[in-house]
Design a binder for this molecule. Structure first.
Ligand code: CO
Length: 134
């Protein structure tokens, strides 16, 4: 069911500093920051030949990554994103198998303008999984 690895997301305390680190120290191609109010994060994407890295900084009150950064003040790997051909069919299959979908269970529009869902990390070896419609 899951397809390509779309991105690995890293939560960071300082998006400008992290962007500089990837741009200057690692020599990567880093996008301009984008504020995603509905998701409570500001993101940049780093394009690699075979996938992307998403750097996330908290945006506004109650950001979903604020607690993660309290526990991991230097930042850390936050989630991995797999592509699926049909996000509704994927969700229904997961729910049938007992996996938990976070939030309302309805896909939200993610950073690439495509529907996304998140799966409970306790159901997937302690890893938060994002599914994105391919
Ligand atoms: Co993501």
């Amino acid at each position: 069911m899951i397809g390509r690895l779309n991105h690995v997301a890293i939560a960071v305390p300082d998006l400008a500093a992290a962007s500089d680190l990837y741009r200057k120290t690692l020599g990567a191609d880093v996008s301009a920051p984008e504020a995603l109010d509905e998701h409570g994060v500001t993101v940049v994407f780093i394009t690699l030949p075979n996938t992307k890295i998403e750097l996330l900084e908290p945006l506004g009150e109650g950001s979903p990554i604020a607690r993660f950064l309290e526990k991991n003040p230097d930042g850390g790997v936050h989630h991995v994103c797999y592509e699926v051909d049909d996000i509704i069919a994927a969700r229904d299959r997961l729910l049938d198998s007992g996996a938990r979908v976070l939030g309302s269970g309805e896909p939200k529009i993610g950073a690439h303008g495509k529907p996304v869902l998140f799966l409970h990390p306790k159901d997937f070896n302690g890893t938060l999984i994002e599914l994105e419609q391919a």
